[in-house]
Design a protein around this ligand. Sequence first.
Ligand code: XMP
Length: 510
Amino acid sequence: MHKRGILVINFGSQYVQLIARRVRELGVFSEIVNWDISVDEIKEKNPYGIIFSGGPASVYAPGAPLPDKGIYELGIPILGICYGLQVITHQLSGKVEKSDKQEYGRARLRILKEDTIFEGIPKESDVWMSHADKVVKLPENFEVLAVSDNSPYAVIADKDRRIYGFQFHPEVVHTVYGKEMLANFVYGVCKAERNWEMGDFIKEKIEEIRKTVGDSKVIAALSGGVDSTVAAVLTHRAVGDKLHCFFIDHGLLRYKEREEVEKNLRSLGLPLTVVDASDIFLERLKGVEDPEEKRKIIGRTFIEVFEKEAKKIEGAEFLLQGTLYPDVVESAGIKGSAKIKTHHNVGGLPERMNLKLLEPFRELFKDEVRQIGKLLGIPDEILKRHPFPGPGLAIRVIGEVKKEDLEILRKADYIFIEELKKAGLYDRVWQAFAVLLPIKSVGVMGDVRTYEKVIALRAVESVDGMTADWYRLPYDFLDKVMRRIINEVEGVNRVVYDISSKPPSTIEWE
Ligand code: XMP
């Protein structure tokens, strides 16, 4: 059986996704598994090498995650990072203790002994540390290859068994030669072969989807966003019209969004049913102010509407979803995760309709999905769309959602986005939108005192939506948007710009 990439074993590190991603950037397939994976499962996966991630636990604490010791007998090279190094030390009878000096941030690494792992790396360089425990006794047959001021065991190795440990994090950008060290492990130590190109991934996935689906049918609820669109196009390549897509208008979309999404999806050749369910959603949202309550109502109603429509497709056995790796981590409740966006992934529906899930992007990150989209010929207009929340404008009209308020918000939001595009700023911000506040403020227009609504503008920079900072939009630009909104949108007499970061705020206002 041919070998398959690098297996990353997750001990709860916030960087675990980054490790897998770095390996893929090197052109080698990489997959993340939980620390309790069995030795048989590892054998079956037959990886070139194994990386132990970091993690928040202490190896000596009761209940600390420790892998099956058989892992060291497989003859597969291992690299332990941070907690991973401590796991190796602890399990191979070295000693790890609590350190009286914690070490966080930049540290200077000094190489003591030349080795494959340091190929092309200067004798001294900066690395990123983040640990409270330290190795005090090396396991048998191990030697020290590099040190830092506070870590006499910064890099350790048993060269015969090809087991390495790094006390620092090679996967973060602050470790200047981190990528080179990982490349040395992957290519130099594990002798991996290049096997990860997006083109190969597409071919493989198409084959896999075809096999899985066989003679049955697949249904999908599309949002018009990147993940679900790319997933649908890929699946359509695999099974043609055995795929059927739905786009449900919940009445909480942006200005002319339904028409635009329909046009886009049809131009991609996708078999599509567009459902206008806006009346039901708006009816059920009447009088509801609490954001979580709004989300629940929208989620439930979405499932109901989708189920009714989807039942018309006879013989559907699969539900296609554009779930990404970070979503998988969130749902699995692995440490470091945040919110689970259940309604976005039509939660509960697969069980109710007895559908199996088809999730071709479970191992990928958003920008990798964008690359796939590009290779599949999907236009940039779709691939570069900002994220848009499942509950749509319902969580941007603060408080009760009224039809006339949605209209005001749509107009203001459209102006803001149009101006961002005109100024070439749309692709620079991660997400931008307008929010309608549930207050009125005093103004004066043409000698008349007014008492009208307030629009807040939000534009953020972010990598994955987990953290974000407000985007420094030019004052002149904001000025222009403010003028247009106040002049063109009836009912608004004040515009403010949100300069909060996440945390402590969130991106959305609700
Ligand atoms: P927050 O407001 O939590 O948003 O900082 C982070 C990202 O998630 C989006 N978001 C949602 N997406 N359903 C979704 O599908 C939701 O209920 C939801 N709430 C927030 C938000 O737009 C941002 O991209």
